[in-house]
Ligand binder design. Structure first.
Ligand code: COA
Length: 532
């Protein structure tokens, strides 16, 4: 074994300061998560309960195997937007009858569970995860359909929800809909497109048009039950496969459906793993509050991989990027972690080689981000930094082993791309509260804008107002800083959630287990042309 020898001074003042900064950020995160958990607030939660209904997360809890975890995804969706935090939808991965499933649940306490643009993004992301990892998809439905005032943002792209359901089915990935309430108009196609449908007595309302619309369209007098009640669909239309007497019965029946899916994981469970030699709690004190100060990612690796055992690849070459092999909860992984922030030519080439090796060996990759991007400057341009960065981006783009990304600190510029940022389709991507991501750092961006404005004024022969420039720089800096923060980025679904660093090993273990539901094979060739 090659156990990492930690040099973290847990008694030192740096460690204490880092830890305090991280804990303060975690407090802010908890407050934002609480908003998602509160749904539509006490008034609507109480009304929902008075109707004898369970909340979205209570439904999920009853669906899951007892005492098993639920990896909730994108809880901060819609953060910073005009819509409530959480996007009126709960999504995540959990175990039902021993089968890892992708679960979505409308939150009917938030504007009737209607879908706004962020709910849609969140739902589509959940479908992508189900498809990539072959996870059966269970929809717990109770929604007012499209959020009508924002229909222009969702009506046309929203068709993808129903398309995805049937594509999942076509790919042999089971889909189950449990209808607890309203599922009308477009929403009727969620049960309509699902493989298995359960409806709750006197609660489910599944029709293309409700009584008022029918009256307007054809003059026919009708009522909810005869148009779209559970009993009608179970006995007459045949849309419901199972009739549930109440919500717990519906969830019990959903569990029976999953038990009979015969859905098998592509890989057996890995051997029982030895925990890291160092405490996860110490992950709080590694990342400095000021990301300009570098930190050693081996200290992070030592606290997340099995037995802190890490075989470093090319440790003497391209030392600003640490690469190496480890296992996490028994799953073999290759790790790429930024060490000094900047990616030079050697780091880029090392990464490209390492990614190819992982593909030859069918080993998933974990990217631990703390990069300010690829190095700029005459020496580096002349040394071919564009070619070498392109090699790394080529390798990561065409790699076919599953990727996981964690933004620990900075994730700026094309460095975010080379390290498998969101656009490079990592199977899962999480951020720590200490992360920041943008095209470049706020000061650099404000400085570039100022230089460009000064040159433009000079070219026109106009005087340059230095006072206005200072004010503009300060404003831009502040704006870019706030747009680089993890809650803002998570709100826009640029990650799958902001996590407590202490949970990293658990979260990644759950992801790796979900990933191993689907078979994968590394790319043996099929990379783009590597520009030498
Ligand atoms: N778009 C925007 N807001 C919606 C909405 C929708 N589709 N559906 C409900 N809301 C809002 C309501 O206006 C209400 O807001 P308020 O509390 O500020 O007054 C809030 O959500 C709760 O709705 P309410 O009707 O009080 O809840 P309910 O639980 O009694 O009924 C529904 C829920 C979904 C059955 C009912 O609101 C409804 O029929 N909505 C319209 C459904 C529809 O036709 N959607 C279009 C389908 S494509």
């Amino acid at each position: 074994m090659t156990v990492i020898n930690s040099a973290l001074d847990t008694a030192g003042s740096d460690y204490r300061a880092n830890r305090e900064t991280m804990l303060a950020k975690l407090d802010e995160l908890t407050a934002e998560h609480a908003k998602a958990l509160a749904g539509g607030g006490p008034k609507y939660v109480e009304r929902h309960r008075k109707r004898g209904k369970l909340l979205a997360r209570e439904r999920i809890e009853l669906l899951l195997d007892p005492d098993t975890p639920f990896l909730e995804l994108s809880p901060l969706a819609a953060w910073g937007s005009e819509y409530p935090v959480g996007g009126s939808l709960v999504t995540g991965v959990g175990v039902v009858e021993g089968v890892e499933c992708l679960i979505t649940a409308n939150d009917p306490t938030v504007r009737g569970g209607a879908s706004n643009p962020w709910s849609l993004k969140k739902a589509l992301r959940a479908n992508d995860i189900a498809l990539a990892n072959r996870l059966p998809c269970i929809s717990l439905v109770e929604s007012g359909g499209a959020d009508l005032p924002s229909q222009k943002e969702i009506f046309i792209p929203g068709g993808a929800i129903f398309r995805d359901l049937t594509r999942l089915s076509a790919a042999g990935i089971p889909t189950v809909a449990v209808v607890f309430g309203n599922s009308t108009a477009g929403g009727a196609y969620v049960p309509g497109m699902s493989d298995h449908v359960i409806m709750v007595k006197e609660r489910a309302k599944v029709f293309l048009g409700g009584p008022p619309l029918v009256k307007m369209a054809t003059g026919e007098e009708s009522d909810d039950e005869s148009l779209g009640g559970a009993e009608m669909h179970a006995r007459v239309s045949g849309l419901a496969d199972y009739f549930a007497v109440d919500e717990p019965d519906a969830l019990r029946q959903a569990r029976r459906v999953v038990a009979r899916l015969n859905h098998r994981k592509a890989y057996g469970d890995p051997p029982l793993a030895e925990p890291p030699k160092y405490a996860a709690d110490e992950l709080l004190g590694i990342v400095p509050g000021d990301l300009k100060t570098p930190f050693d990612p081996r200290e992070v690796i030592a606290r997340i991989v099995d037995a802190s055992d890490f075989d470093e690849f090319k440790p003497l070459y391209g030392t600003s990027l640490t690469t190496g092999w480890a296992a996490l909860h028994g799953y073999p992984i290759g790790i790429l972690a930024n060490a000094q922030g900047v990616l030079f030519s050697a780091e880029s080439q090392k990464a490209a080689q390492f990614i190819q090796l992982a593909n030859q060996r069918d080993i998933p990759l974990l990217f631990l981000h703390n990069t300010t991007g690829y190095m700029v400057g005459k020496e580096y341009e002349q040394g071919g930094i564009i070619k070498h960065g392109a090699m790394m981006i080529n390798a990561v783009s065409n790699s076919r082993v599953p990727h996981l990304s964690v933004l620990m600190g900075a994730s700026y510029g094309a460095g975010h791309y080379g390290m498998c940022g969101r656009a490079y389709d990592p199977r899962f991507l999480f951020a720590w509260p200490s992360a920041k991501s943008a095209v470049m750092g706020p000061q650099q961006l404000a400085g570039v804008l100022s230089i460009v404005a000064r040159q433009s004024a000079a070219a026109k022969g106009q005087p340059y107002d230095d006072e206005a420039d200072a004010a503009l720089r300060a404003m831009v800096e502040q704006q870019i800083e706030s747009e680089s923060l993890p809650m803002f980025l998570s709100g826009r679904l640029y990650d799958d959630g902001v996590i407590d660093p202490r949970d990293t090993r658990t979260v990644l273990g759950l992801c790796l287990s979900a990933i191993h539901t689907a078979p994968y094979e590394g790319a043996r060739g099929g990379f783009g042309v590597f520009r030498m």
